[in-house]
Structures are given as C-alpha cells and as structure tokens.
Write a new protein. Sequence first.
Length: 303
Amino acid sequence: MFPLVHHQDYSLRQDADPSRAIRFPWDKYTLVRDILRADPDPPTEHEAPLISQGWVEAVHDSSYVGEVLSAAVPPEKARRIGFPITLSLARRALRTSGGTWMAARLALERGYAANGAGGSHHALYDTGAGYCIFNDLAIAAHRLLTEKQVRHVLIVDLDVHQGDGTASLLAGRHDVTTFSMHAEKNFPARKAQSTLDLELPDGTEDDAYLDALEDALPRLIDRCRPDIILYQAGVDAHEDDRLGRLALTDVGLTARDSFVGGEARRRGIPLASALGGGYGLDQHAVARRHADAMRVLAMSYYR
C-alpha cells in the first residue's frame, strides 16, 4: 500500500506522569499501526532509526540537547513541554526524528511515505513546548538539504495549532518554505512567522476551511517549486478534538488530505507525512482519523 515508518519506542505511556500528561494520547501510535496492519493491503513497515545527536544539534541548542539526552531537563522546561523527560522519552525523540527523516527518504524513492509519529512542530531552539521535544520536521528538512538529497523543502502544517517552532527554526532560509494553516486563537498564544500563515476563526467548518486551503496551497507550491513536501497531517482540526477550536468533519479531513496528496501527485513532488496532533477521550476514534489520513494520502497520490 505505502511505506510506513514505525517503532515500538513510539508508545511510551509508562513514562508519562499521569498528573501532567492526562491529555497526551500515548496509546494512539500503536493503535494507528494496528489499524493499518489489519487492512487487506497493509503498508510496508520500516523500522524508524535513531537520528544521531549531531543532526539534532544542527537545529537545536547543544546545551538543550544535552539536557534531554541526560534526562536533566529543568522543571520550567519540562512544564513547557508538558511532561518530565526520562531517558526513554529522550530516546523516543531521537527515534521519531529519525522516522520523519526516513519517511522523507522513502518518499523520494516511492512518491509517498508516512511516519507513524512525529510532527513535533512546537519544539524551539533551546526548549521543547506543547508536547514536543525535538522538531523532527526541521531536523529532517535540514538533513535532506545538507546531504543534497533535495534543493528545496516545503513544510505544509495543517495541525490545528500553529507550527511556531518549525517557523522560527527555519526562518530566513532560502531553501525551505513553511506554511501553517491553524486556529487563530489556539496554542501557542504568541505565534511565530511562517513563510505563509493562514489563521482561521473558531468554529471554521469544512467548506470555509477547504476554500482557504485550495486558494493558498497550489499557488505556494508553484511559487517555491519544492523537491519534497513534508506534511504535518495533524487531525486535531476535527470537530470532536479536545484541544482543537475548528469544526472539520471526517468528510472534511478526508477532503483536506485528498487535496494535499493530489496536488503533490499532479506535480510529481514526493510527499512525506508526519502524524501530528489528535486528542480525545476515545483513543480508537483518534487513531482511526490518523490511519484514515495516511490511507487517503496514499490513495490520492498513487491513484
């Protein structure tokens, strides 16, 4: 069906402090994989590698990286991230960053590939934030460019929250374009400046959302002419999401992902997706939305 990058390290519920991480869906990563494995034509699975410390330090402050890898993140940074950092979570952060990079490499070979985690778009230069430790999107983009796998990367972020960390880490680069379409009044309170930001009012529904996306994305792709698109495919724009402020239905999310995949396919641009946000009391429903996003992207790209 399509290449799926995954690893058992992606689900680490035992590391979460229940008093601080109630909303974080630690179970969903395994649930997404299991849902896809049950398909009649399941994805081909690839084990996510650990990305090396050097690639992380090419994007993040080396002192902060050291704090994470030694599980010595100060309490004020841990609060900003949303949970205390353990050695297992540090390893997971290296693994998810390696997963997004591998998904990008597979997309260059196959057209479309998915990372079963990642999309940690709030991680900043010297701290994590909003459940994000290392910014896998920025790390993957930087590595692809440094290794001369591509000449220009477009990051499309349709999570309900702005990709502030991605925007700030990659600001000023001529070889990366960042696009974030998000709920105007949602986290983070202080937004960064992407190459293009589209801020949507609370309660935006399918038609208005899709109109905005269909107006902006094709023109941006044609202007920057990327060699690959890294897609933060968060499903927290759904009307039932606990941390979202938009009102997309299942039909709207399907149309969104079909459009993104179709625009990439029509231009012959490789597309790699990262899981992104999705929050709710029913973890199976959230996992199904993530699995559906990958299925739709694959079908729209390979049809």
